[in-house]
Design a protein around this ligand. Structure first.
Ligand code: 57M
Length: 359
């Protein structure tokens, strides 16, 4: 919005030229989202506590989690508010990609909100129900997939990390692929969100990594030089990624161990959906498996554990799934598991960036 309001003033004074630059707007989108989280955070946590939107802790979980009983949840509302407000302020709102990624963030956040609302306010343990959650996610992502496929001459060739010449054109199959990436990312982030700061840390790192990819993919000269896909207009997604980094850091301020608030499904579904959409729009879909490697491994640990559990009538591969519970039950203190997962996420982000040259 500021782009519209302030950039035209450059005819009166050159200082207003800065509002044209994606780099400048990305930095200020990050700072604005961070500041907004700091402002609304304490108020939201107080309100959630007053409303007794406290987390119920499952009895079968690690004993160390019993002390978390009553920690307010649905802190994801703060993340969504900060991301959306900051993006609306700093992004070029005539850009279609910005609206697509905001639609998924708010849409998936709403599905998560309904689930949290039923669980913590209506005290209905089942929440919204897996089937309804998935149906909502599929409806939103089907729209995104069809929109991309039918508008903008969207490039349906895949980018394979480490290979610049292999770019298979999958045509209409790009629609189910987009759905798989976005819904998969959303649910994987949700499964990871089981320790203080565990989901938001790798989310911030993934958003920062994709911020770089969005900028490069939207810049014709750099994209051609690096021989990566060039997507006109996608540079604006860097502003959104900046807002995501800022809002994530702001949330981590309160969610770091010992957490004052959890994000809830309203946060985890929205964040995962946003990352998946950014990966699809920036044409670095498959790279998300590396950038979000922590989420992939957490989701795989659940798939293998549940599969093995069923096939063997109750035997387990891990002490408990998702994987972070395995390490907790091995005796690692919670902060150690969290920070080690963050370190691996940074490593994966760097490997992902290295694919720009290693190809
Ligand atoms: C939700 N939710 C957390 C909080 C957060 C199929 C199965 C493996 C699914 C999985 C599952 O339901 N996962 C998704 C995970 C919960 O956190 C709330 O949920 C929101 C995210 N959706 O924002 O509102 C608990 O996580 C802890 N937490 C923190 N700090 C945070 O910042 O400490 C969360 C955020 C919170 C808090 O304790 O209450 C959750 O874990 O429930 N199910 C599981 O993860 C369960 N695994 C399991 O049953 N494994 C079995 C196999 C055979 C399926 C096994 O390995 O034996 C475990 N979950 C828990 N306890 N809590 C079981 C033990």
């Amino acid at each position: 919005m500021l782009y519209y309001l302030l950039y035209p003033l450059h005819v009166y004074h050159t200082v207003f030229n800065v509002f044209r630059y994606i780099t400048f707007r990305t930095i200020y989108a990050t700072l604005t989202a961070l500041l907004l989280s700091f402002i609304v955070g304490p108020y939201l946590i107080r309100r959630l506590s007053e409303l007794q939107v406290g987390q119920y802790i499952r009895e079968e979980g690690p004993r160390s989690h019993f002390s978390k009983q009553g920690t307010p949840t649905m802190g994801g509302l703060m993340i969504i508010f900060a991301v959306v407000t900051s993006t609306l302020l700093w992004a070029d709102l005539s850009n279609h990609y910005i609206w697509l990624v905001l639609l998924v963030t708010v849409g998936f956040g709403s599905i998560g909100f309904l689930d949290d609302y039923r669980k913590v306010i209506k005290k209905d343990n089942k929440g919204l129900g897996g089937r309804y959650k998935l149906a909502g996610q599929l409806a939103i992502t089907l729209f995104i997939g069809v929109y991309l496929y039918t508008h903008h001459n969207f490039d349906t060739r895949l980018s394979i990390p480490f290979f610049k010449t292999i770019r298979p054109d999958i045509g209409w199959a790009y629609i189910p692929l987009a759905i798989l990436v976005i819904v998969g990312a959303s649910n994987a982030v949700n499964l990871t969100d089981g320790l203080d700061g565990l989901a938001i840390g790798p989310t911030i790192i993934a958003a920062a990594t994709y911020l770089i990819f969005a900028y490069l993919t939207g810049h014709i000269k750099i994209a051609n030089y690096l021989q990566i896909a060039y997507v006109p207009g996608v540079g604006e997604i860097a502003v959104f990624c900046g807002a995501l980094v800022g809002a994530g850091l702001g949330f981590l301020w309160f969610n770091s161990y010992p957490a004052q608030v959890f994000m809830g499904d309203v946060g985890s579904l929205a964040l995962g959906g946003a990352l998946g959409t950014v990966a699809v729009i920036t044409k670095h879909e498959i790279l998300l498996a590396i950038v979000g490697g922590i989420f992939v491994v957490e989701a795989l640990s659940v798939i293998f554990q549940v599969g093995y559990f069923k096939a063997t009538n109750g035997r387990r591969i891990f002490r408990m799934a998702p994987l972070h519970h395995h390490f907790e039950l091995k005796g690692w203190p919670e902060p150690k598991v969290i920070v080690r997962f963050w370190i691996i996420a940074i490593l994966l982000g760097l490997v992902a960036i290295s694919t720009l040259k290693l190809r």
